[in-house]
Design a protein around this ligand. Structure first.
Ligand code: NZQ
Ligand code: ZN
Length: 385
């Protein structure tokens, strides 16, 4: 196992009715900016619950954060923070709203050009405003991690950043607020969490028994409960398990002390930057192809994955790896997520643009061995057509 530091300061408030507890979490006397998305929080009554809980606080609202949140929109919120003397931020929404809030929290206290935060991947962030979250879409893990992904539409760039200053102070996880999710977003959430686990697990053995065991349990939970969440959308225990699984998938726990990949994510971000394909769908396209392409370097973990996650134990090594890749693709398809580039209007000419974008963004040595160069990404994408 590799050396590691593990510290996750986010306070989780999990369960039914927990939005009411916001009143004890948001500092007394704070002037709060509530940040939300395109209107789901209003429609579903979550925003009303937040207002009720914070009736004794001074509240200002900023709505309109887009899925794949935009740099330009986030900067408008930064302006409002200055105008209104805001002291605390509260994100109410999915990963996009939480990611935007992290960026806003950092940009509000950054003296230079806020674009630096993204191009320099968060290294220039020395402080951020405090913020909490009310999660409405289990998927990204953003509610308990220090990462954020922001899109600059004009530049055609979707860039991640990370900063230890960008952990939420607290996150409220009420599974009942996820009942209103449409099937497409339930499926996206399950697939995104699945690939987060894979990016930290499917590399090469590092004698990390606990991390591997946790990862395998989380994967099996998603495989079992994902389709059930689509069939019985108002089953509390299914939603609660999916919500906690998605948080644990990317809160640092299973990634501590192990090699990590993230190539599917970096390639997937360029697909979204190209044509706004949902994040999770880009992953469902890239991952099966990448698993096939990288079957050499990932051999031992692919065999472990086949056995411990899919119970595939018969046949030659190659047969078992093929069966595990097929099962992975089948799982995404069973969740209603197509797994070919052509399903998202991407053909050979767009592959050039994706590969060039990876080069432009310096993403030329991806994967756990930093060995996936642009030509390898091209081969992976061509096999995904
Ligand atoms: O905008 P509103 O109206 O709120 O509607 C949203 C949006 O249209 C809707 N929604 C959210 N909660 C709902 C709901 N609709 C009904 N009922 C509810 N309870 O769902 C749509 C998608 O929301 P979004 O926040 O975009 O989805 P998600 O949570 O999947 O976040 C995706 C973003 O997170 C980034 C992705 O790149 C993408 O930009 N990621 C962030 C990560 C991180 N911070 O660690 C890691 C991930 O790998 C990922 O890259
Ligand atoms: Zn993701």
């Amino acid at each position: 196992m590799n050396n590691f530091d593990f510290r996750n300061p986010t306070h989780i408030l999990f369960g039914k009715g927990r939005i009411a507890d916001l009143k004890d979490q948001v500092p007394a006397g704070a002037k709060v900016l509530i940040i939300y998305g395109g209107g789901s929080a209003e429609r579903t009554g979550v925003l009303a619950q937040v207002h009720e809980a914070l009736a004794d606080h001074t509240l200002v609202e900023f709505g309109g954060i887009e899925p794949n949140p935009r740099f330009e929109t986030a900067l408008k919120a930064v302006e409002l923070i200055g105008e209104e003397d805001i002291t605390f931020l509260l994100a109410v929404g999915g990963g996009s709203v939480i990611d935007a809030t992290k960026f806003i929290a950092a940009a509000a206290l950054y003296d230079g050009d806020a674009w630096d935060i993204l191009t320099l991947r968060g290294s220039v962030v020395t402080d951020a405003m405090p913020f909490g979250t009310v999660l409405t879409l289990p998927a990204t893990g953003s509610e308990m991690n220090p990462a954020s992904v922001i899109t600059h539409a004009e530049k055609g760039a979707k860039l991640p950043f990370m900063s230890a200053h960008c952990y939420p102070v607290f996150s409220v996880l009420d599974p009942e607020v996820t009942y209103s999710l449409p099937p497409r977003q339930i499926a996206n959430g399950v697939a995104d969490a699945f690939v987060h686990i894979i990016e930290q697990y499917l590399t090469y053995p590092a004698a990390a028994r606990v991390q591997d065991g946790f990862a395998e349990t989380l994967l099996r939970t998603l495989i079992e409960l994902g389709p059930k969440a689509l069939e019985t959308p108002k089953d509390y225990d299914i939603r609660a398990n999916l919500m906690w699984t998605a948080t644990l998938a990317l809160n640092g726990l299973i990634g501590a002390g192990v090699p990590q990949d993230w190539a599917s994510h970096m390639i997937g971000h360029e697909i979204t930057a190209l044509n706004d394909t949902d994040h999770a769908r880009t992953l469902a396209v890239v991952l099966p192809s990448l698993m096939h392409d990288q079957r050499g370097p990932k051999r031992e973990k692919l065999l472990q994955y086949a056995a411990n996650v899919w119970d595939i134990r018969e046949g030659s090594d190659d047969d078992r790896i093929d069966a595990a890749i097929k099962a992975t693709r089948g799982f995404f398809e069973a969740m209603g997520i197509k797994t070919r580039l052509g399903d998202y209007d991407i053909a050979a000419p767009e592959i050039d643009r994706i590969v060039n974008a990876l080069k432009d963004h310096g993403l030329t040595a991806l994967g756990e061995h930093a060995a996936i160069a642009p030509d390898d990404a091209r081969r992976i994408l061509e096999a995904a057509l």
